[in-house]
Design a binder for this molecule. Structure first.
Ligand SMILES: Cc1cc2nc3c(=O)[nH]c(=O)nc-3n(C[C@H](O)[C@H](O)[C@H](O)COP(=O)(O)OP(=O)(O)OC[C@H]3O[C@@H](n4cnc5c(N)ncnc54)[C@H](O)[C@@H]3O)c2cc1C
Length: 504
């Protein structure tokens, strides 16, 4: 059963210029020499940043799991910001204790500001209000993983995978190979497997981020989740709408992380990261109300986040599944891939465990683990609305006006009720910005978005009223059907954003 409103999901095409990493070999694996001491893994995870969390959750469930990481499995120094309820998902899944949660939190601040230059500000509580140390967290996870029987292959890079009817064989760049039943691709946005699946296609949107973690901020108790500059500016040769984020950092009382980011439509091109960084140095002192020379810059941070409208990415091969940034399950507006992984970890680890134990590892069964989610697809319009587009005749302050209207009732996970309220508010209080929304996004995107909006309402209805009726029946089904229906129920819930409960 598929419930896609408009078939904008990817049709797998193969471009001869994109290296073929995954090859499907018909028939079972024969003549494979396991050698002394080698074994067949249930799951091999490629990529050990977010991959370590999924690997540990699966190892805890009793699967034989290995991780292949081309570097060392190690979290970065720069903090991840996250909400407590997202972090607590790691406790719910059982891979971290509440005491350990307290150990990894390096900063905790409230309230946070959403500010729209020359429009106003909104203060919110408990959103992205914790800074956690990826270095400490990943270290704990690594110990957990190894002590639960997991195997780590560091300094080894995946070069290709041959998928047979019964197993997948991973070929490594050092000439070695490892067999397994399921490959989890956690190699991030630039995963070579994702590149193959997406046929090297250009992303639909890109978020560019530059920033610093610096010492010397006297006022450093609250954070900005978003600060939107009043109008479009130039960075390099491109017009950009700039957004800012600022968070106290845990390394010292006057240490602060400041991000400046912008959304770019790659079809029109955009600034280089260096040009954006130049703009950052020019504007940051005014934004943070500091003198640059008085700051001790501890690190410069940057990132590129490609986003595709057809996300999450459905599995394209038997025995290969994407998780983390590779799966595109993170919001196209925020770059909180860690937060998004924690929210889905319980659902994913249960589903993967059932797929492996039931031998339901064909591409169709795996696709149910990264299903269509209307709330994720609907949030794409916001990214488009937030990117400055050349030759589009809208007021330079339009984006700021739109965001102020939205943020009055918006949240970080889109749900049907609050979205209807937001749209209603915009229509009643600021009907004059509607024509600009149409011009900015374009009729195609608006039409497509309307389909996702209707599906969001439909999934909300299904999850709220139909799920409780079906659940006892689902439990009585044979293995394959039960697996499928459990995934549909999850897709309704997560696709409607109902996993995210307000006020918790
Ligand atoms: C500036 C910045 C700020 C951020 N802030 C936040 C935040 O505050 N909160 C939050 O939730 N998220 C934040 N994020 C996002 C978060 O860092 C990402 O979502 C997360 O790192 C994604 O993890 P991943 O494992 O999916 O991919 P990646 O981090 O890209 O990791 C992929 C891993 O795969 C390995 N790999 C790649 N190719 C191979 C290969 N061929 N063989 C073996 N291994 C391979 C790599 O070495 C790497 O370890 C931020 C990101 C940036 C850049």
């Amino acid at each position: 059963m598929r419930l896609y409103p408009c078939e904008d999901r990817e049709v797998t095409r193969y471009d001869s210029k994109v290296p073929e990493v995954v090859t499907r070999v018909q028939g079972p694996l024969v003549d494979y020499d396991l050698g002394d001491g080698s074994e067949i893994f249930d799951v091999l995870v490629c990529g050990g940043t977010l991959g370590i969390f999924v690997a540990t959750a699966l190892s805890y469930k009793g699967l034989r799991v290995g991780i292949i990481e081309r570097n060392i499995i190690k979290g970065r120094e720069q903090e991840w910001n996250i909400s407590r309820k997202e972090l607590m998902e790691l406790v719910e899944v059982g891979i971290l204790s509440e005491e350990e949660i307290e150990q990894i939190i390096s900063s905790d601040f409230n309230p946070s500001r959403c500010a729209f230059e020359s429009k106003g500000e909104i203060w919110v509580e408990n959103i992205l209000n914790l800074g956690i140390s990826p270095a400490k967290l990943v270290e704990i996870m690594k110990e957990r993983f190894v002590s639960s029987g997991g195997a780590i292959f560091e300094g080894k890079s995946l070069s290709s995978i041959s998928v047979h009817d019964d197993f997948a064989v991973l070929n490594l760049s050092d000439g070695g190979s490892l067999p397994c039943r399921l490959v989890i691709d956690a190699m991030g946005n630039f995963s070579p497997i994702v590149r193959q699946i997406r046929s090297g296609r250009k992303p639909d949107g890109v978020c560019l981020v530059v920033g610093t973690c610096a010492r010397g901020f006297d006022r450093n108790t609250t954070s900005d989740i978003i600060f939107s500059s009043s109008s479009i500016r130039r960075a390099g040769n491109s017009g950009v709408q700039l957004f800012w984020e600022g968070f106290p950092a845990g390394s010292g009382p006057t240490d602060r992380t400041t991000y400046m980011f912008t959304y770019v439509d790659p079809h029109f091109g955009g600034p280089k990261l260096e040009e954006l960084l130049e703009t950052f140095w020019d504007l940051m002192p005014a934004y943070e109300d500091v003198v640059l020379e008085n700051l001790d810059i501890m690190r410069v941070i940057f990132g590129i986040f490609p986003t595709y409208r057809n996300s999450p990415l459905p599995a394209a091969f038997d025995r290969v599944l994407q998780v983390g940034d590779a799966s595109g399950i993170q919001s196209p507006v925020s770059f909180g891939g860690f937060g998004s992984l924690t929210r889905h970890l319980g659902r994913l680890s249960n589903g993967i465990y059932e797929a492996v134990s039931g031998d339901l590892l064909d591409a169709l069964s795996l696709q149910l683990l990264n299903p269509y989610m209307p709330n994720l697809s609907a949030s794409w319009l916001f990214q488009r609305a937030m990117s400055a587009r050349p030759q589009i005749d809208v007021s330079p302050t339009f984006i700021n006006e739109l965001l102020f209207a939205n943020f009055e009732s918006m949240q970080d996970v889109i749900q049907f009720g609050p979205l209807v309220k937001t749209l209603g508010l915009v229509m009643i209080t600021r009907p004059q910005i509607l024509p600009s929304i149409f011009k900015q996004a374009g009729p195609g995107v608006i039409l497509n978005w309307s389909g996702h909006f209707v599906m969001l309402g439909y999934y909300t209805f299904l999850s709220t009223f139909i799920d409780p009726v079906l659940r006892p029946w689902v439990e009585s089904l044979p293995l394959r059907n039960k697996y499928q229906w459990k995934r549909y129920l999850e897709a309704w819930k997560y696709g409607a954003g109902l996993d995210y409960r307000q006020g918790e």
